[in-house]
Design a protein around this ligand. Structure first.
Ligand code: PGA
Length: 259
């Protein structure tokens, strides 16, 4: 637990990388490099849906596993889609909703994100909602309006219990996979703004308990500084999570900050 009593969450977003054959080797290297299994830190892996059962087995309860996306219906004629309850049956406990790659490359809208958040909760899974502005939006000074708009349109009107199961990830689009990281102070400012918005949308006590992760080129050498910010409660790591050793170093840095 961090000083604030919010959990510190370190999550790996494997995107469309790795196959089932990679899982065993990755996990042995990861846990060899992280002897205390990241004590004090909640670890989550978001692999491609077909890898979920293999990752669940390999982490053996030392980490949680989540889906990277889902449909908002619980079943139906939606070729190529995966329902939240299918992810749950495969062993997932969380689902990422609204990752910027889904918004940008697959045209996912805030309205769809809102339906997905509800569907994930209804299936007994916990949503992790991603929000973030593009470079163009930041340069136009619209970053707060964009992020708070994405947030309020996706999470308005949930119950207290539902809010307590939600986590957020602030991922500035210009920092994802680019090697450009938000300056820790800028990230902290946006996280504090997001927390204030959650206080208005839900309640101050829900806001102060809600984990808000930072994502966007988190690496072994910048993780500690980002995670040391008071409103940054964890990291959603893409590129650097593909390397078991790098991800273990990030998890260890988080454990040290959380201690
Ligand atoms: P990145 O990706 O760490 O490669 O920037 C983060 C994400 O997309 O979740």
């Amino acid at each position: 637990m961090s000083a604030s009593s919010r959990p510190t969450i370190v999550a790996a977003n494997w995107k469309m990388y790795k196959t089932i054959a990679d899982v065993g080797t990755y996990m042995s290297s990861f846990y060899d490099a992280l002897p205390d299994a990241g004590t004090g830190v909640r670890l989550v892996f978001f692999p491609a849906a077909v890898l979920i059962p293999a990752v669940v087995e390999a982490v053996a309860k030392r980490a949680q596993v989540g889906g990277q996306n889902c449909h908002w219906e619980s079943e139906g004629a939606y070729t190529g889609e995966v329902a939240p309850r299918m992810l749950a049956a495969a062993g997932a406990e969380l689902v990422l909703v609204g990752h910027s790659e889904r918004r940008q490359l697959c045209g996912e809208t805030d309205a769809q994100c809102a339906k997905k958040v509800v569907a994930v909760l209804s299936a007994g899974l916990d949503p992790m909602l991603c929000v973030g502005e593009t470079l163009e939006e930041r340069e136009a000074g619209r970053q707060q309006a964009v992020v708070l708009g994405q947030l309020s349109r996706a999470i308005d009107g949930l119950s207290r219990d539902e809010y307590s199961r939600l986590a957020l990830a602030y991922e500035p689009v210009w920092a994802i996979g680019t090697g450009r990281t938000a300056a820790p102070a800028d990230a902290q400012q946006m996280h504090a703004t997001i927390r204030d918005a959650v206080a208005s949308i839900a309640s101050p006590s829900i806001a102060s308990a809600m984990p808000i992760l930072y994502g966007g080129s988190v690496k072994p050498d910048n993780a500690a500084e980002l995670l040391g910010q008071p409103d940054i409660d964890g990291a959603l790591v893409g590129g650097a999570s593909l390397d078991a050793h790098d991800f273990a170093v990030i998890a260890a840095a988080a454990a040290e900050v959380a201690a």
